[in-house]
Every structure is written in C-alpha cells, then in structure tokens.
Design a protein around this ligand. Structure first.
Ligand code: NAP
Length: 251
C-alpha cells in the first residue's frame, strides 16, 4: 500500500495506456501523482479518480515543460520522481520513404521530450536531496525489427541517455533507469496495427506469438516495474535496463 508513500511523482503521457496504469499504481502505493498529457479530458478524469492533479503538457514544448514542472513543485512543495513515458510510434515506412518532418516529430516527442523533462526536473530533484528518473524506452531500444525506423532510433537514444544521466547525477543521489516493455496492449499498439493494415484480432495474435510467454503484456506489467524504480526498494539501482517483455529479447 505504501511503497511510494508521500513521494511527488510527475508522469508524462499519463492519460492512456502504460502512463495511465503507472499513475494508478503509483497513487495506490501512496504517491501524489501529477498526471500530465496532451489529452485533457482523459487526463482530468484520471487525476480526479486517483486523487491526483492534472496538467496539460506536450513534452516537445520546452517552455511548457518548465512551467508544468515548476507548477507541480509550487503545488506540492517538492518533486521526488519523474516518469518520462510519453511517446509516439510515428511513421511506419522504410527509411528511404521517411520525410525529414516525420523523422523530426518522433525525435521531438520521444527524445527531446525526455531531455526537456529531465532537464527541468533535475534542479528540483537535487533540491529534494535526490530522486528517481524513469525513462520508458522499449525492446526496440535493445533489438530491432524491419519497421518504424524513427521509433527504433529514438528508443535507442533513450536507453543511452539514461546511462549518461545515471553517471552525471549519481553524486546528487538521482537515479536514472530505463524500462524496456515488450508489446503491451494499449491504444498506441492498436494504432500501430491499424496503420499496418491489420485487423485487431489477427494483429494481436501475431504479436502474441512473438513473445515466448505466448501473449502481449498489459499496462500494469510495466506500471509495477516503474513503481519499483520510483520507490526506495531500488535505492541501489541506477543506469539499469528493466526489461519487461515476456521473453521477447531472449532470442
Ligand atoms: P499510448 O497508449 O499512445 O499512450 C501515450 C499517451 O501519451 C497518450 O495519451 C498520448 O496522447 C500521449 N502523448 C502523445 N504525444 C505526447 C506529447 N507530445 N506530450 C505528452 N503526451 C503525449 O502509448 P503507450 O503504448 O502507453 O506507450 C507509452 C510509452 O511506452 C511510450 O513511450 C512508448 O513508446 C512506450 N512503449 C510502448 C510499448 C507498447 O507496446 N505499448 C512497447 C514499448 C514501449 P495521444 O493519444 O493524443 O497521442
């Protein structure tokens, strides 16, 4: 019940999918949760349901990131952790067909978003005497597949950014770790299948078969890993890659 009791945690992309489950599990374990997302209605409803607060936040907008991070601290007096979860799949075409704009949009959300949020959270985490940064990468930050090239590049970047920041901020007692989900059944994955021209049921079965445990994951499978990395249970864990993928990357 109290694994993260009293901690103030900001979650990006918190209205749906993995971010939503993360907000719910953190609140269940006693955190004060700042739900942030570009989806206002869903985010507000969730914040109300879990006793948190909602801020509209597009992570690719640095000025908005700074304002929201500072607002969260103004409201609760401190920041203990940030979960950099917001991400998009982007264009699913081979590399030679991708436009510069399509490439840049994925990097703006998935990579610059993590940079901006970490940059503006760190002064407050230092002020709190330490904290936790959790960056949601992917199995696609570790292994590859013949699809969504800008996404693979972005998740590889998030993996190594996490290790660099783990080293830079270890003296400040700020831990930085990456999480690497396999396929998790969320609106992002449903959209990915639709864009690939697959029926939902057929597409899901295809994804199930790629995981040695025989099925895709659910958002809580990732959320509990994030609760661990936010909590003091992981106080000796930094620069780590928490792979939660039903065995996908074992092959
Ligand atoms: P999701 O279902 O699409 O939820 C992501 C949320 O982030 C949505 O509410 C989305 O709003 C929001 N968002 C999009 N762009 C944003 C921005 N610029 N600023 C703030 N919020 C933004 O995605 P998910 O599947 O839960 O994925 C969450 C994270 O896990 C992502 O980083 C993703 O790459 C990673 N991941 C997911 C899987 C998987 O299989 N699901 C696997 C590996 C890694 P919109 O709906 O309006 O876009």
């Amino acid at each position: 019940m109290n694994r993260v009791h009293g901690k103030v945690v900001l979650v990006t992309g918190g209205a749906l999918g993995i971010g939503r489950a993360t907000c719910e599990r953190l609140a269940q374990e006693g955190a004060k949760v700042a739900v942030t997302d570009v989806l206002v209605r869903e985010g507000m409803d969730l914040a109300e349901a879990i006793g948190g607060s909602f801020w509209r936040l597009d992570v690719s907008d640095e000025a908005e990131v700074k304002r929201v991070v500072d607002d969260v601290v103004a409201r609760w007096g401190r920041l203990d952790a940030i979960v950099n979860n917001a991400g998009i799949a982007g264009a699913n075409k081979p590399t030679h067909e991708i436009t510069e704009e399509e490439w840049d949009r994925v990097q703006a959300v998935n990579v610059k978003g993590v940079f901006f949020c970490t940059k503006h959270a760190v002064p407050w985490l230092k002020a709190a005497g330490g904290g936790s940064v959790v960056n949601v990468s992917s199995i696609y930050g570790i292994v590859s597949a013949p699809d969504i090239p800008p996404y693979h590049a972005s998740k590889g970047a998030v993996r190594t950014m996490s290790k660099t920041d783990a080293l830079i901020y270890a003296p400040d007692k700020i831990r930085v770790n990456s999480v690497h989900p396999g396929f998790i059944w969320t609106p992002l994955v449903e959209g990915f299948l639709t864009e690939a021209g697959l029926e939902t049921d057929e597409g899901r079965k295809g994804l199930d078969a790629r995981h040695p445990l025989g099925h895709v994951g659910e958002p809580d499978d990732i959320a509990w890993g994030i609760v661990y990395l936010v909590s003091d249970e992981s106080k000796f864990v930094t620069g780590a890659e928490l792979v939660i993928d039903g065995g996908y990357t074992c092959r």
